[in-house]
Design a protein around this ligand. Structure first.
Ligand code: IMP
Length: 446
């Protein structure tokens, strides 16, 4: 049936990390949720850690969309997410004990892949066997769960409601994974009966939340609602476009907001790329503008240590210290290309307060050539020698500033250069962890 052309459709925004994750997406999603009726996660799992500070209170969300903090907003977990029922119910319990009503506002795709205990066991065993060559995963079973999905043997949320078939599929999966655990990794096997009983214990509880997410989102759009898509990890951790193999196992780019939730790509109206005013990475892999790596004495620059300290750069899921470095605008350019970004949001500007000089990476030397955009894949990126532009720092604090004109002129110059190098406008600047500590230049929902 043709659609009514006078129908008012909502406006949808996608929030994407442009670096290696931890850009401060949680706060921005929470801020934008004031203008949305629904928030959607479309990839990753509980490897994400979205930290929110609301009224001075810290909340860390791993799996549940950051919009849950808003009482009237519906939160969706799309088919592209890998879902650990154990992690889900732990997070629900934490939020409900803090007085939030979660279960009634959370909708989970029946097609989301389950993370089961053997995925976690494989993740750990594999990293251990790799030794120094490890990826530095979060150890949550993310990669092994996505592998099962692609191998077409995964158990999905909907399988939980067919106990006999679930048991048969689980038996086959465990037979395979236990073989690998025992014979290849020399790691303990998992018990079938326990694994089954644990999975089944979640079935009834999850059932009320399970729905056909893509149909629900279509209906929401037709009803004129605004949807907010919440990316996890970051573009440079994308399985195809990141510093492979030092990446996560999903597509973190904006295009996956469509495939990972079941909406059409034309429904993604504004793509907001989040970038810190500097750069961090947790886990292994190349990082051209790096200044500090807690495990590598050659990368122990005092400014890098200062960024880690002032920026409180510790993983919100694993607690691992993050590596730090200067903002890499040439890597940002790559992110702009592959995400089709509409605008940028710069976060944690205040962490640069008081530095004498601020450096911005604007390209690399690689094999006798000069590049102004990050190449793909770990081997090439590891050989990139950064080219910097230097900017004078500023005196005084930018913490909590809400008006662009109140920023020190040096900070304005630095940010304008980022904008002009990348060719995309800065829509927002975050100057502190709280909702209100935000400068708005262009509203993604308007
Ligand atoms: P996995 O996603 O646990 O398989 O980890 C693969 C890589 O992605 C590792 O380098 C992790 O540190 C990194 N990673 C996964 N999730 C996040 C995140 O939310 N923030 C930052 N890094 C992440």
């Amino acid at each position: 049936m043709p659609q009514n052309s006078s129908q008012h459709l909502g406006r949808n925004v996608v929030v994407i990390g442009t670096q290696w994750g931890d850009e401060g997406k949680g706060k921005v999603v929470d801020w934008l949720t004031d203008h949305a009726q629904a928030v959607v996660r479309f990839q990753g799992g509980h490897n994400a850690g979205h930290t929110l500070m609301i009224g001075g209170k810290k909340t860390i969300l791993r799996l549940i969309p950051s919009g849950i903090m808003h009482p009237k907003v519906i939160c969706y977990i799309g088919n592209g997410v890998v879902l650990s029922p154990e992690a889900l119910f732990k997070e629900i319990a934490e939020l409900e004990s803090a007085g939030l009503n979660v279960s009634s506002r959370l909708r989970i795709s029946e097609a989301a892949t389950l993370i089961l205990p053997y995925h976690v066991a494989i993740d750990h065993a594999r990293e251990k066997k790799k030794g120094d060559a490890k990826i530095g995963t979060t150890g949550r079973g993310i990669g092994p769960a996505y592998e099962d999905k692609v191998a077409r043997r995964a158990l999905r949320v909907q399988d939980l409601f067919y106990p006999e078939q679930f048991a048969a599929k689980l038996r086959e999966n465990l037979e395979y994974h236990n073989f690998v655990l025992k014979n290849y990794y020399q790691a303990p096997e998992l018990d079938f009966a326990n694994t089954l009983a644990e999975a089944m214990s979640y079935a009834e509880r999850i059932k009320a939340m399970v729905t056909d997410v893509s149909s629900a989102l279509y209906a929401a759009e037709q009803a004129g609602q605004n949807l907010l898509f919440e990316g996890a990890q970051g573009t440079l951790l994308d399985i195809d476009h990141g510093t492979y193999p030092y990446v996560t196992s999903s597509n973190c780019v904006a295009g996956n907001a469509a495939a990972g939730s079941g909406v059409g790509p034309a429904s993604l109206h504004y793509i907001l790329g989040i970038t810190k005013a500097y750069c961090t990475r947790v886990g292994a892999g190349p990082f051209p503008s790096e200044l500090y790596d807690h495990e590598n004495p050659a990368k122990q620059d005092p400014i890098g240590i200062r960024l880690a300290d002032i920026g409180k750069e510790f993983g919100s899921v694993t607690g691992r210290p993050r590596r730090t470095g200067w903002l890499d605008a040439a890597a940002l350019k790559r992110s702009i290309q592959i995400n089709g970004l509409t605008g940028l949001c710069i976060t944690k500007l205040d962490v640069l307060d008081g530095l004498e000089t601020i450096r911005l990476c604007v390209g690399y030397r690689l094999d006798g050539k000069t590049l102004d955009v990050l190449p793909r894949g770990a081997e090439s990126v590891a050989r990139c020698e950064p080219i910097y532009e230097d900017f004078p720092g500023w005196k005084g604090s930018t913490y909590g500033i809400r008006d662009w004109n109140k920023l020190p002129i040096e900070a304005q110059h630095y940010l304008r250069r980022v904008e002009n190098f990348c060719g995309k406008p800065i829509a927002m600047v975050s100057t502190g962890p709280d909702r209100d500590e935000t400068i708005l230049l262009q509203h993604p929902f308007e």
